[in-house]
Design a protein around this ligand. Structure first.
Ligand SMILES: C[S@@+](CC[C@H](N)C(=O)[O-])C[C@H]1O[C@@H](n2cnc3c(N)ncnc32)[C@H](O)[C@@H]1O
Length: 290
């Protein structure tokens, strides 16, 4: 019998990839690009994350804090959810591994001080504790239930400065229709402009989407192995960024479809998949073990 690795037994992460979570290369690059170009352009403001789990995305947000800026994260961590559906989500996906102290240990492995932590349902943020217009970037990645995500989007809108950016996770996953509903409702009835779509996240603004799109187009994503496409949704132009799928004629590099598959699997499955792939590769290189 194997003993599951609990949060308290987990060794301190050595790299950001050692932190379990669902924040992968493509979106890491998109976050880093958007946040650093904001700073380079003199755009200042706080950062806000709704749903942090063990800190994988929060650590990157912390990397981009500039003098005088504050990162606030809001997560239930070990607290109870307010309703049964949210409690079921927590039990299914997070309870076994998630504690606030594990988040804190992971964050402190990469930064000298903790962010502002709100350990509560994200709905508490509707009380105005995040000053209106104070944020330049908000990452929404908490509950997947429609009512909660719709509330999170309202909180984000109030928190963001006019040209601020919102990133919404799981806007198109099969198992999260409530997120899709809330996101597209915000687009069609709430004035949210889509800017960028990746396989995992929707990026938008209530400000000028053309300016945000231009910032993305200034980087040569294709040279770095990504695809960039442009679509029109009800008259609004939006970029799509994805991993480039290499043809089988170029087997030497890790294929983009394999990258994407590894990125989309939950962390435990990803580790198991990598182990199998490593074994197969070693066998091909060395022949079967004696
Ligand atoms: C998908 S995980 C976040 C992943 C993290 N952003 C990352 O990139 O690794 C979702 C998080 O939302 C939290 N959560 C779920 N429902 C919530 C709610 N109603 N209020 C606050 N946090 C919630 C869970 O505890 C979990 O940590």
């Amino acid at each position: 019998m194997t003993t599951p690795v609990t949060a308290s037994a987990r060794p301190a992460p050595l790299t950001r990839d050692d932190i379990p979570g669902w924040f992968f290369r493509l979106d890491r690059e998109a976050f880093a690009h958007l946040l650093s170009t904001q700073s380079a352009a003199g755009v200042t403001g706080d950062l806000l994350e709704l749903g942090s789990y063990l800190g994988r995305s929060a650590v990157l947000l912390g990397d981009h804090l500039r003098e005088g800026e504050r990162l606030t994260v809001c997560d239930l961590f070990d607290s109870d959810a307010d309703d049964d559906e949210n409690a079921a989500e927590m039990a299914m996906s997070y309870r076994r591994t998630l504690t606030r102290s594990a988040f804190e240990a992971n964050y402190l492995a990469f930064h000298p001080a903790l962010p502002e932590i709100v350990q509560a349902p994200t709905s508490v943020l509707a009380d105005g504790r995040i000053p209106a217009g104070s944020c330049r970037f908000v990452h929404v990645d908490a509950s997947h239930l429609y009512e909660h995500v719709a509330g999170d989007i309202t909180v984000a809108r109030a928190a963001l400065r006019p040209d601020g950016l919102i990133a919404l996770d799981d806007y198109r996953s099969e198992h999260t229709p409530g997120v899709s509903a809330a996101v597209w409702e915000a687009v069609f009835t709430g004035g949210l402009h889509p800017v960028l779509l990746t396989p995992m996240k929707f990026y938008g603004t209530w400000g000028d989407p053309a300016a945000a799109r231009q910032v993305l187009l200034e980087r040569d994503w294709r040279a770095e192995g990504y695809t960039v496409d442009e679509d029109t949704i009800a008259g609004a132009r939006v970029l799509r960024l994805n991993y480039e799928v290499k043809s089988p004629a170029q087997p030497a590099r890790r294929s983009a479809s394999r990258s994407l598959a590894l990125d989309l699997l939950p962390p435990v499955a990803t580790r198991a998949t990598r182990r199998v792939l490593r074994t197969l590769r070693d066998r091909r290189a060395n022949g079967p073990a004696a």
